[in-house]
Design a protein around this ligand. Structure first.
Ligand code: ADP
Ligand code: MG
Length: 306
């Protein structure tokens, strides 16, 4: 068997949302930003320094060209991004405060993702695969991704899952949630995800989540407030570093990306150290406009002194 590095395949693969955010400005002009939670997580891990890929599909239009170029710039393994003639997936963010949005993506390119067209041998090289976001609430993509997660888990790839609640998950999402939590080694949720997914207060929601898979490690983030990490009967709490916040777009993606990077780069480190790195990565993303992927130096600069 060839070693992963000899084959030049990524150690980390994130499969899920890749889309364009169309954001309405105060003067009714619109700005487009390449985005998608799964794509942000792939960029976060790549930027920190572990060879990474985003696995998914985009179109052949102007927005998709921008996603392609930004993926190249981020150093992602481009063999994992498929292209088709279908229209792009758009997130229309028509109001910033409070956020109000809807999606346009009927028969769009993202739905055509085909895992059978990924590079030969990639799953043997991957240590972690990450799933989540609206891709798991959009058929037939959701079924494709759930089947992929199950297959990867059976092959010994560790599974990370961040549901990243959006209004598309209001109805019919529960079976997918249960299956993905059941497959996951690590689940990342925000306090808001917990309340919205379960429709209860945070404590009851967390209890319901844990009951779905008592073996899974769980990272609960709460914006600037203390985060909780639960694994193997251990509960660890830590507060993120304080930063000058420009915006919090992509903070959660940077934090789970940071956590996964830390476990891959420093497997000997403790859960507390991985948590601390994750929270610094999330905070570092808040110091810049948009879904900024922090560098290793930026994250380390925010880490509490040991
Ligand atoms: N205002 C903030 N100040 C510092 N760090 C923040 C802030 N907001 C978010 N973060 C960082 O990003 C992480 C994830 O943020 P959170 O808002 O909980 O997730 P999500 O983006 O998924 O909603 C936090 O645990 C923290 O590390
Ligand atoms: Mg989130």
């Amino acid at each position: 068997m060839s070693t992963p590095h000899a084959a030049g395949l990524p150690l980390f693969v994130s499969a899920g949302d890749i889309l364009t955010d169309l954001v309405r400005e105060r003067d009714s002009r619109w700005l487009s930003h390449p985005g998608g939670a799964g794509w942000n997580v792939a960029r976060a891990v790549a930027r920190l320094g572990v060879p990474s890929a985003f696995a998914g599909a985009i179109g052949s239009d102007c927005f998709s060209d921008e996603l392609w170029q930004a993926s190249l710039d981020a150093g992602l393994d481009m063999r994992f991004i498929q292209r088709s003639q279908r229209p792009p997936l758009l997130a229309i963010v028509h109001q910033a405060h409070p956020p109000a949005y809807f999606f346009i993506g009927e028969a769009s390119a993202d739905l055509a993702f085909d895992p059978a067209r990924l590079p030969e041998g990639w799953s043997a090289a991957a240590q972690w695969a990450h799933f989540g976001g609206i891709s798991l609430a959009r058929q037939p993509l959701a079924a494709t991704l759930v089947a992929l997660a199950a297959d990867l888990r059976a092959r010994g790839v560790k599974i990370s899952f961040d549901p990243n609640y959006r209004n598309l998950m209001e109805h019919g999402y529960r079976p997918t949630l249960e299956t993905m939590v059941g497959l996951a080694d690590l689940v990342k949720v925000s306090d808001e995800d917990l309340r919205c997914l379960f429709g209860t207060d945070e404590d009851s929601a967390l209890a319901s989540l844990r009951a779905m898979n008592p073996q899974a490690a769980i990272l609960v983030t709460r914006g600037p407030h203390t985060a909780t990490f639960l694994a193997g009967g251990e509960t660890i709490e830590a507060a993120p570093p304080r930063v000058e916040v420009v915006d919090t777009v992509g903070a959660g993606d940077a934090s789970i990306g940071g956590f996964l990077f830390s476990t891959m780069r420093w497997p000997q480190r403790s859960w507390r150290e991985h948590l601390s790195f994750a929270l610094a990565a999330g905070a570092a993303a808040c110091g810049h406009a948009g879904a900024h992927s922090p560098t290793l130096d930026e994250v380390v600069a925010l880490m509490p002194a040991q």
